[in-house]
Design a protein around this ligand. Structure first.
Ligand code: NAD
Ligand code: UDP
Length: 320
């Protein structure tokens, strides 16, 4: 079986490639490295099952990268950090973000239709915007600012979802949409700007921990190994065709509590400082995972504490 992983050199994509290779699949990774890093693929880059193509999936995709077709397409390609202070942020790449989730999705869906491949679109909890209900269930339509600061990401993902469902309804392409909630772990880029990366690196360097706003906003953090299991189930289980699934972890924490926990786990001397809350920063976010549990029978394995310890060990090791 052959899988194409678009965005396979990124944080989630590279863990997925590792897993697919370990399971004996052939993997074709396509990535333009706009926010990813080829070093993330160190473990598998020499595997005879693995091929890497540096290419932009928003441009027409050369069918020669998969001359014998493909069985599975994972579309994970997109900048993902909302932090404008990071060079990797989608806010610093708005047109690339809009393109990869619209034109890029179209290009990959076209391949899926041509080769009768199963297709998975990595959408996001951001499509719920600043949610007015909690936890967020898949049938909630969200509360999104259509032209606000984050719209280049949120609306592009919403368009990507619409396009994916259009292929399903019109051509019966074997698609599924997953809405990924905040995920963290080793292989995140130190410059990423998302909260766990910032707090761990600030704590390890005994620098001030930067809480934006009062720290009362909530997020629910999923460790990468749980997410990879969920992604696999979502792709392979026949009950996911044409369906939308929340993926993540439903234990909700305030950002202040996260900061305190990271200071404790790193035994840091860092003090907390409070900075301005960015525009349209969601006040809360927590997935309703009943569908994942009931349909795919998935239950979480890694607690926030254990996941943070593994992530801290990664950043402490200085691999990045
Ligand atoms: P990441 O930035 O580490 O990985 C994204 C990868 O896509 C990078 O390797 C990047 O170079 C590649 N890419 C971007 N545009 C491309 C293009 N036009 N052509 C080819 N490659 C391209 O981010 P991540 O955290 O691993 O996120 C992966 C996917 O999951 C994204 O689609 C993101 O929107 C989604 N997601 C992630 C999270 C999270 O918490 N990490 C949450 C919700 C959704
Ligand atoms: N945040 C913070 N300090 C940081 C980075 C982020 O307080 O150094 C906050 C951010 O404002 C948001 C939450 O942490 O409320 C999660 O931010 P992240 O960038 O990880 O992703 P988001 O969930 O907003 O997409």
């Amino acid at each position: 079986m052959r899988a194409l992983v678009a965005g396979g050199a990124g944080f989630i994509g590279s863990h997925l490639c590792d897993r697919l290779i370990a399971d004996g699949l052939e993997v074709v990774c396509v990535d333009n490295l706009i926010t990813g890093n080829f070093n993330n693929l160190d473990k598998i880059k020499n595997s005879p099952l693995f091929k890497f193509f540096k290419a932009d999936v928003s441009a027409p995709i050369d069918p020669e990268i998969i001359p014998d077709g493909v069985d599975l397409i994972f579309h994970l390609a997109s900048p993902a950090s909302p932090n404008p202070r990071s060079p990797l942020s989608y806010l610093n790449h708005p047109f690339e973000t809009l393109s990869v989730n619209s034109i890029g999705t179209r290009n990959l869906l076209y391949l899926a239709q041509m080769y009768h491949a199963k297709f998975l679109f990595a959408s996001t909890s951001e499509i719920y915007g600043d949610p007015k209900i909690s936890p967020q269930k898949e049938d909630y339509w969200g509360n999104v600012n259509p032209n606000g600061l984050r719209s280049c990401y949120d609306e592009a993902k919403r368009f990507g979802e619409a396009l994916t469902m259009a292929y399903y309804r019109k051509f019966k392409t074997d698609v599924r949409i997953v809405r990924i909630f905040n995920t963290y772990g080793p292989k995140m880029d130190k410059r990423d700007g998302r909260v766990i990366v910032n707090f761990i690196n600030q704590a390890l360097e005994n620098k001030p921990i930067t809480i934006y706003g009062q720290g009362s906003q909530t997020r629910s953090f999923c460790y990468i190994s749980d997410l990879i299991e969920q992604l696999n189930l979502a792709m392979f289980d026949p009950k996911t065709t044409g369906e939308v699934f929340n993926l993540g972890n439903d234990h909700e924490f305030t950002i202040k509590r996260l900061a305190d926990l990271i200071i404790t786990l790193t035994d840091s001397q860092s003090k907390i400082i409070y900075e301005d809350l960015p525009e349209d920063d969601p006040t809360n976010r927590c997935p309703n995972l009943k569908k994942l549990e009931n349909v795919l029978n998935y239950f979480l394995h890694v607690s926030l504490r254990d996941g943070l310890l593994k992530t801290i060990a990664y950043f402490r090791s200085g691999i990045v």
